[in-house]
Design a protein around this ligand. Sequence first.
Ligand SMILES: C[S@@+](CC[C@H](N)C(=O)[O-])C[C@H]1O[C@@H](n2cnc3c(N)ncnc32)[C@H](O)[C@@H]1O
Length: 226
Amino acid sequence: MRSEAAHRPIRSFVLRQGRMSEAQARACETLLPRYGIAFAPRLLDLDREFGRHAPRVLEIGFGMGETTADIAAAHPGTDFLGIEVHAPGVGSLLRQVEARGLANVRVIRHDAVEVLQAMIAPESLDGIHVFFPDPWPKKRHHKRRLIQPPLARLLGERLRPGGYLHVATDWLDYAEQILAVLSAEPLLANTAEGFAPRPEWRPLTKFERRGLRLGHEVRDVLFRRR
Ligand SMILES: C[S@@+](CC[C@H](N)C(=O)[O-])C[C@H]1O[C@@H](n2cnc3c(N)ncnc32)[C@H](O)[C@@H]1O
């Protein structure tokens, strides 16, 4: 008989307990019912969730959500679906959504891979953001890296033709891996020769600032669904 561990999929995150501030905990309690969507294995009706039909962008791993809130505030005509497993981050983004009156953000607290598989219809997204995915720098942990061929296929399938996939990282070997994996996916086409110029609309993220302090160089990767 196989052990339970043998059935468990390799995930791109390890759930840390993390300290949750009182305000973040309260935000999860009071604001998740308003801006949150519960994970369920059935397709989401995004028009219904956002109360309108608008371009929609899904973000994997928004961290504490500052960048998500800034981008959503700067693009009120676009709807943003943020997915994050880290509870304090979910609380943090919910607080910003409420404080800034952002009507165009919804949040799912769950593994983004499962959300994409079970809840997002094919060809339904205009854009996907993956900013500073966990780098898993140790070689024996590389298998945990989010951007792998099966996910590249899934992301391509969920984008509408012409929709974009934007990944940024400050780990050079991961950047090169991301470029190679996405280049090998037939549904996706690179918009640049290799790495893309940093788009001026992308605000500096929290993890990016940390990477820059450590002297890392940041790479943007920007593909489109064929
Ligand atoms: C290095 S942090 C970057 C956070 C933020 N994007 C930034 O740049 O500041 C990566 C985040 O991705 C989240 N994450 C990793 N795998 C995930 C998954 N499969 N689904 C949802 N969130 C995930 C982690 O919890 C973490 O908060």
